[in-house]
Design a protein around this ligand. Structure first.
Ligand code: NAP
Length: 235
């Protein structure tokens, strides 16, 4: 088993929802968590609990992505894991989407994953190890009405991570992709915590446990893909 104590992990989209749960769980395992999101106040509130490093940044901005990695290395002198979790989504008929809304979803979900991976891979290659975990979605594997934009981003993110897995494997770098079904978060302006969602949705902590599982795999094992759903969800 890989011991997470003192391992340094960048978690994007850590201010709320799934990312926050991942950050809290990794900190509980003794990891040094570098929490990234755009909203500084929520990050600071989280960081008071995790005692790591909070970096307000936009994952879709190339300079920000490099800044996140530079700041991490300058604070801790090491980097072991990247959790690409930041994501946005909205849903509707194709003809009702504004092009700018489409661009924003691709910027965060796809370009953000690309930029953070691009920033960490040279470092991981130099040290001959590292672990990238991408939070994709079950809709990376199925199409649905009103999902032309979000679904396309999640297919693209999945393809990016799958190809990267093959590129970096010879360098000892692991890439794991997690595919959650519906999760009770703030996603798409939802309000988490309703009694109904308890039956119909995963909790953010369920996804965090899946991330912990793939990160704790023994050094010689990579969990390539892991899909999880609430029992009640048909897909
Ligand atoms: P959420 O509660 O809305 O949280 C999204 C997080 O991403 C926030 O911390 C947000 O912080 C951050 N973020 C958004 N845009 C960003 C940017 N440009 N740069 C940096 N951080 C940014 O949503 P969630 O459900 O936890 O979603 C997390 C991931 O899970 C997403 O990739 C989503 O596609 C995936 N997912 C969600 C579900 C679900 O049912 N909820 C299911 C499958 C997969 P700021 O706004 O402060 O930047």
């Amino acid at each position: 088993m890989t011991d997470l104590t003192d391992q340094v992990a960048i978690v994007t989209g850590a201010s709320r929802g799934i990312g926050r749960a991942i950050a809290l769980l990794l900190a509980l395992q003794g990891a040094k968590v570098v929490a990234v999101a755009r909203t500084a106040e929520e990050l600071e509130e989280l960081n008071a609990k995790t005692q790591g490093l909070a970096i307000p940044a936009d994952v879709a901005d190339e300079a920000d992505a490099q800044h996140i990695v530079n700041e991490t290395l300058s604070r801790y002198g090491r980097l072991d894991m990247l959790i690409c979790n930041a994501g946005v989504g909205s849903f509707g008929l194709l003809e009702h989407f504004e092009a700018a809304e489409w661009d924003q979803m691709f910027a965060v979900n796809v370009k953000g994953t690309f930029l953070l991976c691009k920033a960490v891979v040279p470092h991981f290659k130099a040290q001959g190890r590292g672990h990238i975990v991408g939070i994709a979605s079950d809709v990376s594997r199925r199409t649905f009405e009103h999902g032309t934009a979000y679904g396309a981003t999640k297919y693209a993110q999945d393809a990016l991570l799958g190809s990267l897995r093959k590129e970096v494997r010879p360098h000892g770098i692991k890439v794991s992709t997690i595919y959650p079904g519906m999760v009770d978060t703030y996603f798409n302006d939802s309000k988490p915590g309703s009694a109904a969602a308890e039956k119909t949705h995963l909790r953010p902590s369920d996804v965090a446990q899946a991330v912990r599982y793939v990160l704790e795999a023994p050094a010689h094992v990579v969990v390539d893909e892991l899909m999880l759903h609430p029992v009640s969800q048909e897909w």
